[in-house]
Design a protein around this ligand. Structure first.
Ligand code: ZN
Length: 307
């Protein structure tokens, strides 16, 4: 951008030349530093593998990659995007939105289920390109701002995504509004301090559906919870989330990872429109019970350490 500025205003070149060092230090140098320091911990092939976008229900669409769930909700006043995948997924999301016939720049609100590089990696770029307002669970704002370097676990990798500042901080039960869309944010901490899910109603020609985009509370640390001084409430937060997530009423659900809600068993590219393929309350409870078991086993293992 700054190079273009130099070339289109030749008359100003002389004075700008004097200040070129200032330009480099002020604008280019941080970008160079930044490019050198963003390191994604590890990516799985299916996280970046392209996947054709499709209509889940009403004006809710899947625009993510093969495994990273990204969701577009369209309204007459612009669109909402939940999650972005890794940094490299931004371009795929844009293509997917356009394939569905929507305008990428109509994204007005960006939401996030957890501040990890595999869901937040494209936020900075998409926000910059669309000028959308980024609304996040207030407890994840700091980690987003640090590009992941202050995360209690993934912070050990340093900056794992391009830092991005939230425009609006959300609390448990807050409603995000755009056009006729009303999304309730549910605070589901543990996986990150500000992990959250979204609950909303979607209508099609036939009926309405209560939709849950869930952030499943998987445990990513091998360290005893008592050792995680950067997140003292982690144990209680997981216990809270596992409990409240079992009491949510919904008609259809999806999650941050396709593998967490069995997307590829429920849908194959080319399948017709079928919202109820994503009903599966049993699969949801089974997934939560599995996570509950992992949590309890970890607690049992750590019990002697705590005494
Ligand atoms: Zn994660």
């Amino acid at each position: 951008m700054h190079i273009i500025l130099l070339s289109i205003i030749p008359g100003m070149y002389k004075s700008i030349k004097k200040n070129i060092t200032v330009f480099i230090i002020a604008f280019l140098f941080p970008c160079i530093i930044h490019a050198q320091t963003v390191t994604e911990p590890m990516t799985k092939e299916e996280w970046t593998r392209p996947f054709p976008p499709f209509r889940i229900a009403g004006n809710l669409y899947y625009v993510g990659t093969y495994d990273l769930g990204c969701y577009l909700i369209t309204t007459a006043n612009g669109n909402i995007l939940i999650n972005t995948g890794t940094a490299s997924s931004a371009e795929q999301i844009k293509k997917n939105i356009e394939t569905l016939g929507f305008n990428y720049r109509d994204i007005k609100i960006l939401l996030l289920t957890q501040a990890h590089f595999d869901h937040a990696g494209g936020l900075a770029e998409i926000k910059q390109q669309t000028h959308a307002s980024l609304m996040v669970d207030e407890k994840d704002a700091e980690v987003l701002d640090s590009g992941g370097s202050t995360d209690y676990e993934l912070g050990k990798y340093g900056t794992s995504f391009k830092p991005v500042k939230a425009d609006v901080l959300l609390r448990d039960g807050d409603t995000v509004k755009l056009g006729d869309a009303r999304l309730v944010m549910l605070h589901h901490p543990g996986h990150t301090k500000g992990s959250c899910s979204f609950l909303f109603t979607i209508k099609d020609e036939q009926r309405s559906y209560r939709v849950l985009i869930a952030n499943m509370p998987s445990i990513i640390t091998d360290r005893p919870f008592a050792d995680i001084t950067a997140y003292p409430a982690i144990e209680q937060d997981y216990a809270y989330t596992l409990q409240v997530m079992k009491n949510i009423n919904f008609d259809i659900w999806a999650a941050a990872h396709a593998s967490q809600f069995g997307l590829h068993e429920k849908y194959k590219p080319g399948n017709g429109y079928n919202p109820l393929a994503f009903a599966d309350p049993e699969g949801y409870m089974a997934a939560l019970n599995d996570l509950q078991k992992q949590y309890e086993e970890k607690m049992q293992k750590e019990a002697p350490v705590k005494q």
